[in-house]
Design a binder for this molecule. Structure first.
Ligand code: SAM
Length: 264
């Protein structure tokens, strides 16, 4: 169940992401990061196949934004349920899905996902719409965990959403010390719960909540143009003119693991 505190936080974060939704896809960094995430995920999960075939995977993306990763993983999956707490992000995704050539196996949902039994998730059996909700073979979540105040809670929710021995593949940037704060420009700090993910902390947490075979890879790194001085980019959030900002290498990690299945 959503707590008052977490819902309040999400509402605040929503405001930022709703405002950014229309221009989200104009940032080349997020496209490249999603392409790199797909590459890392495909390398880990050979069951993802293009075309997916009879036994294709049911994939859930938590925090899909405008669906950049959902759209490029869809050809490898039976279906993708693409969930985001910000309705503005989901509206952009819905518009994109109406365009010719867009994948037809994505279900976009504006949901702050905190409960695997949330009735807005699709049912496991289409002939029993009020019955148990669909469970997933694979849950992905990309550049989202650093926005979530209670990581333990979201990992528990993910476990509850998985099929027996389903997998999660989570990608986010690394908390590599004080410098990690510069990942976000000052005007983009709303809704940021932490400045990246600390690898060992995440590994421990995932084991504690009951995942097994926990594995963390530094899957790739990307350069990002970040503020030289706090607030340099102003409201734009990114360099508006030549000479602004400085390039910094950002490590992006992949946390990969399966559940023991005992929770279902
Ligand atoms: C930095 S954006 C990343 C969006 C997308 N994954 C991308 O890489 O383009 C983080 C997104 O996570 C969403 N979000 C955060 N917590 C969430 C939750 N518990 N359930 C669903 N969406 C969530 C936000 O609304 C926001 O759109």
């Amino acid at each position: 169940m959503a707590t008052a505190a977490s819902s309040l936080h999400a509402a605040n974060g929503n405001e930022r992401f709703n405002n950014e939704a229309a221009n989200w896809d104009n940032n080349p960094f997020v496209h490249e990061a999603s392409r790199q995430a797909l590459k890392a995920i495909l390398a880990k999960f050979p069951a993802l196949k293009n075309p997916p075939g009879e036994n294709g995977l049911d994939v859930l993306e938590l925090g899909c934004g405008t669906g950049l990763l959902s759209s490029i993983i869809a050809p490898y999956a039976k279906r993708v349920v693409a969930v985001d707490a910000a309705p503005g992000m989901i509206e952009v995704l819905k518009t994109k899905l109406q365009k010719p050539g867009a994948p037809q196996n994505i279900l976009p949902l504006a949901v702050l996902l905190e409960d695997a039994n949330d009735k807005r998730l699709p049912p496991a059996d289409e002939f029993n719409p009020d019955g148990p909700r669909l469970k997933f073979d694979l849950i992905i979540s990309h550049l989202v965990l650093h926005h979530i105040p209670d990581l333990r809670q979201v990992l528990n929710t993910m476990q509850d959403c998985l099929k027996h021995s389903g997998w999660v593949a989570l990608t986010d940037f690394e908390d590599a010390g004080p410098d990690s704060k510069s990942f976000h420009a000052r005007s983009r700090m709303e809704g940021v719960a932490r400045h990246g993910i600390h690898v060992e902390t995440m590994e421990i947490l995932m084991n504690e909540v009951g995942f097994v075979n926990v594995n963390v890879d530094r899957a790739w790194s990307m350069d990002k143009n970040v503020e030289k001085v706090d607030g340099e980019f102003g409201d734009a959030g990114r360099a508006a003119q030549a000479g602004q900002g400085q390039r910094k290498a950002r490590q992006l990690n992949m946390f990969e693991n399966t559940t023991s299945g005992v929770r279902h």
